[in-house]
Design a protein. Structure first.
Length: 258
């Protein structure tokens, strides 16, 4: 019988243990939002470590958004914005070599559901922001069609902002948390597709139709146009020659084939 092979157990830094211990107290509710952490001296005594170790653990807690320090006082437990957590999910998807196909299949479902809920919940303020977003995109499209240069990153950012506003209008934090890492990973593909295929006008037209459907409160129509918009994006991706089952990290580097 072959002996089992085990990898070396990695030792965790002590400050990470401090971070984990305090994090568990926060997530369990034993440390409430707004509650002050014990002093560094008190925590060092409780954990049996030196203050510098505690200080490093607290720094990690601040970076994670779980605690905040204002005015130089002791750190207080904070509620991290749910979208701040999603950036870690984006990195995890990259590390797991998620493909464009997987990303797109998830996005079709999430974006349609988000738009459908937004149709009955979106506010006049959100609609105004969508229109302002469309106006900025229209100005860029006019420059493209006049053969004037534009910053592709700016156009992609406006595109992403449009979908973010709809997400806010849907008023569902779970959907927002689910879509944010997925939507952000479309950005590298957008940077490749737009200059090659000059699809700026198609994106603008789709956004205008989606905005009109949202303004009318027509859930069926907004869902249908969002689906068409997502399918159009996939067609553009296919036309660039990018392999649909290629890992997203390769897309980010601009490799057309794999």
């Amino acid at each position: 019988m072959t002996d089992a092979q085990f990898s070396v157990i990695e030792r965790m830094p002590t400050y990470r243990l401090v971070f984990n211990a305090v994090q568990n107290e926060i997530l369990s509710g034993r440390l409430g939002i707004g509650e002050r952490l014990p002093s560094e001296t008190a925590l060092a005594d409780q954990f049996g470590v030196n203050r510098s170790t505690v200080r490093e653990g607290i720094r990690l807690l601040e970076e994670s958004g779980l605690v905040t320090r204002k005015g130089g006082g002791r750190p207080r437990v904070a509620l991290p914005h749910y979208l701040d957590l999603a950036s870690r999910a984006s990195r995890a998807l990259i590390l797991h070599s998620v493909t464009f196909r997987e990303l797109w299949e998830a996005a079709v479902i999430i974006e349609q559901a988000t738009a459908e809920y937004a149709a009955s919940r979106i506010t006049p303020e959100h609609l105004e922001r969508l229109q302002e977003n469309i106006d900025r995109m229209a100005a860029m499209v006019a420059r493209v069609e006049a053969d004037e240069p534009i910053n592709v990153d700016d156009f992609v950012a406006i595109d992403a902002e449009f979908h973010d506003i709809i997400s806010e209008g849907a008023n569902n934090r779970v959907l927002a948390l689910a879509r944010e890492p997925v939507s952000r990973l479309f950005i590298p593909a957008g940077r490749i597709i737009l200059p090659r295929l000059r699809t700026h006008r198609r994106v603008l037209d789709a956004h205008m139709l989606i905005r009109d459907a949202l303004a009318a409160g027509d859930a069926t129509r907004v869902r249908d146009w969002m689906r068409r918009h997502m399918e159009d994006f996939k067609r553009g991706y296919d036309r660039t020659g990018l392999a649909i089952d290629m890992p997203l990290d390769a897309v980010a580097l601009g490799h057309a084939t794999d």
